[in-house]
Design a protein around this ligand. Structure first.
Ligand code: NAP
Length: 482
C-alpha cells in the first residue's frame, strides 16, 4: 500500500464512528495504512484535533473492546479534523489547504453524510480543483429516492468526478459471505450445469432483522424497506445468484453481467403489484422476549405513516437461463429472527423409484447463510438407518469461518481498502443503479395507485400473512417458516 489521504465528510456521524473509523483502525493494525497516510474527519462541529481523537478512541474502544497500546499512537498520528459546513463554500478553504501539495497521492473523499449534501460537497471539490486524477469519491446509500433523484445526484457528482472515480457503496457486496457466493458459483464446476431453469425450481432471498427503526425513525420514514433494502442489497444478491459467469473478475466484466440481470427483470406494474408484492408495517409485539412498540409509536414516525417496514415480492427474470424460475425476495424489520440467507431449491427427481413408503421426498436445497453464520448447507435425501427404504433429508454443512480459522474482514474494511487500491469490482456502476431504480419505481407507483396502506404484522412474527399467501400460491413456503 502507498500512503494515501482520506477525507471523511460526516466524520463525527454514526456510520463514521461505529463502522468506518474502527475499520480503518483494524486496517492500520494490519499494516495497510502506511506512514505518510492521513485520515481527515470533516463535520460542522467545532472540535479540536484532541477532542476528535478522543471521540475516535471511544468509538474504536467500543468496537474492539481494547486498543493495542503499541499501535494506537501511530494511528492517532494519522488522524486529523477540520470543521467545515458542506453548505458554505467559504468553509472548504481549510480542506484545500490541508490537501495542497499532494496531488500525486491517492486521495479518497468519503461522503458519509446525508445524500442531500453530496452535490454541495462535490461542487466545492470541483470548484477548488481538489479532484485530482488520483482522487476517488465514495457515496453512501441511499442514492436518491427514485430514478429521477438518483440521476440528479449522479449528474452532480459526475460534474466533479469521472465514472471510474465514483465508488457507490453497497456494503453487502463487501461481506465475506457474498464473496464466497461468487467463489461457490465461479470457482467450482459442480454447480454450473445445475444453475438454470429445469434444474432449479425457485430461489428465495431473505434479509430479516429483529430490530425496529431505533433512533432513525424520521430517516426511515422517508425511505421504507423497498428503497432501503430491496433496491440495493436484495437486488445485488439476486444479481450475483442469477448473473452469467463473467469472462474475468475485472470490475466491468462483473458489472456488465449484473446489469444484464437487472435489465431482464420483468417489470411489476399497475395491478400486478397487488399480485406480486406485499408490503407490511410492524405493530406492537415482542422481540427477544420483551414487549416492543409498533412502528407508528416510534420516535420520529408520523402517527399516520404509510411507510412499509416489510416487503415480500416475486421477481421473474426474462432470460433463457431463468424463464419460469421465480425469485422470492423478503425483507423486514422486527421479524422473528435476524437472518440473511439465499435458499436455492432444486427440482424433484423426475421419477421416484421408492414409492410412498419411502416417506416425504423433499427436493434438494442449497442454503447460503450470510448472517448470523457464514455457511453453506446442501440438503440431500439419505436412507434412514434400519429396515426398509425410508428417505430423510440430511445436511452437508460447511461452516466457512470454522474451516478457515482466520479472522474475517468486516465489509467496510474490505471496501475501504478496495477504494484505496482503485478496485471497483464491489461497487455499483451508474447504469446498475439506474436499472435498479427503473425496476423499483413502478412498484412504488403501483402501491400508491392500488394498495392504500401496508398490512400490519405483529413485531416478532414473520411479517403479514399475505407474504405466506404470495409464495404459497405457487405451491411453495418460506424457508424457516415451514
Ligand atoms: P449522522 O449520524 O446523522 O451523521 C451525519 C454527519 O454529517 C455528522 O458527522 C454531521 O456532523 C455531518 N454533517 C451534517 N451536516 C453537515 C454539513 N452541512 N456539512 C458538513 N458536515 C455535516 O448520519 P449517519 O448515520 O452517519 O449516516 C451517514 C450516511 O451514511 C447517510 O447517507 C446514511 O444514509 C448512510 N448510511 C448510514 C448507515 C448507518 O448505519 N448509520 C448505514 C448505511 C448507510 P455535524 O452535525 O457536526 O456537521
Amino acid at each position: 500500500m502507498q500512503p494515501f489521504d482520506l477525507v471523511l465528510f460526516g466524520g463525527t456521524g454514526d456510520l463514521a464512528m461505529r463502522k468506518l473509523l474502527p475499520a480503518l483502525y483494524r486496517r492500520h493494525l494490519a499494516g495497510q495504512i502506511p506512514p505518510g497516510s492521513r485520515l481527515l474527519g470533516v463535520a460542522r462541529g467545532d472540535l479540536s484535533r484532541e477532542a476528535y481523537v478522543a471521540l475516535v478512541e471511544a468509538s474504536c474502544r467500543a468496537s474492539e473492546g481494547s486498543l493495542d497500546a503499541t499501535q494506537w499512537p501511530a494511528f492517532v498520528e494519522r488522524l486529523h479534523y477540520l470543521s467545515a459546513d458542506a453548505l458554505r463554500p467559504d468553509s472548504f478553504g481549510a480542506i484545500a489547504g490541508f490537501l495542497a501539495g499532494r496531488d500525486e497521492v491517492t486521495r479518497v473523499f468519503f461522503l458519509s453524510t446525508a445524500p442531500a449534501l453530496f452535490a454541495g460537497i462535490c461542487s466545492q471539490i470541483g470548484r477548488l480543483g481538489l479532484a485530482t486524477p488520483a482522487s476517488r469519491v465514495v457515496l453512501e446509500k441511499p442514492l436518491g429516492q427514485d430514478l429521477a433523484t438518483a440521476e440528479i445526484i449522479n449528474q452532480q457528482v459526475g460534474a466533479a468526478f469521472g465514472e471510474h472515480q465514483i465508488y457507490r457503496i453497497d456494503h453487502y457486496l463487501g461481506k465475506e459471505a457474498v464473496q464466497n457466493l461468487m467463489a461457490l458459483r465461479f470457482g467450482n464446476a459442480l454447480f454450473e450445469p445445475l444453475w438454470a431453469r429445469g434444474r432449479i425450481r425457485h430461489v428465495q432471498i431473505t434479509v430479516a432483522e429483529t430490530i425496529g427503526v431505533e433512533t432513525r425513525g424520521s430517516f426511515y420514514d422517508q425511505t421504507g424497506a423497498l428503497r432501503d433494502m430491496v433496491q440495493n442489497h436484495l437486488l445485488q444478491l439476486l444479481c450475483i445468484i442469477a448473473m452469467e459467469p463473467p469472462a474475468s473478475s475485472d470490475a466491468d466484466a462483473m458489472r456488465d453481467e449484473k446489469l444484464k440481470v437487472l435489465r431482464a427483470l420483468r417489470p411489476i406494474t399497475g395491478a400486478a403489484v397487488l399480485a406480486k408484492t406485499v408490503r407490511g408495517q410492524y405493530r406492537a409485539g415482542a422481540s427477544g422476549g420483551k414487549p416492543v412498540s409498533g412502528y407508528l409509536e416510534e420516535t420520529g414516525v408520523p402517527v399516520d405513516s404509510g411507510t412499509e417496514t416489510f416487503v415480500a415480492l416475486k421477481a421473474e427474470i426474462d432470460s433463457w437461463r431463468w424463464a419460469g424460475v421465480p425469485f422470492y425476495l423478503r425483507t423486514g424489520k422486527r421479524l422473528q429472527e435476524k437472518v440473511s440467507e439465499i435458499v436455492v431449491t432444486f427440482e424433484d427427481v423426475p421419477h421416484s423409484i421408492f414409492g410412498p413408503s419411502a416417506g416425504v421426498q423433499s427436493p434438494n436445497r442449497l442454503r447460503i447463510c450470510l448472517q448470523p453464520c457464514d455457511s453453506i448447507t446442501l440438503t440431500i435425501l439419505a436412507k434412514s438407518p434400519g429396515d426398509g427404504m425410508r428417505l430423510k433429508p440430511v445436511d452437508l454443512s460447511l461452516d466457512l469461518a470454522a474451516s478457515f480459522k482466520t479472522q474475517q474482514l468486516d465489509a467496510y474494511e474490505r471496501l475501504l481498502m478496495d477504494v484505496v487500491k482503485g478496485n471497483l469490482t464491489l461497487f455499483m456502476r451508474r447504469d446498475e443503479l439506474d436499472a435498479a431504480w427503473r425496476w423499483i419505481d413502478p412498484i412504488r407507483e403501483g402501491w400508491a395507485q392500488h394498495d392504500a396502506s401496508p398490512k400490519g404484522y405483529t413485531a416478532g412474527s414473520w411479517g403479514p400473512a399475505a407474504s405466506s399467501v404470495l409464495i404459497g400460491r405457487d405451491g411453495f413456503g418460506w424457508h424457516g417458516e415451514l
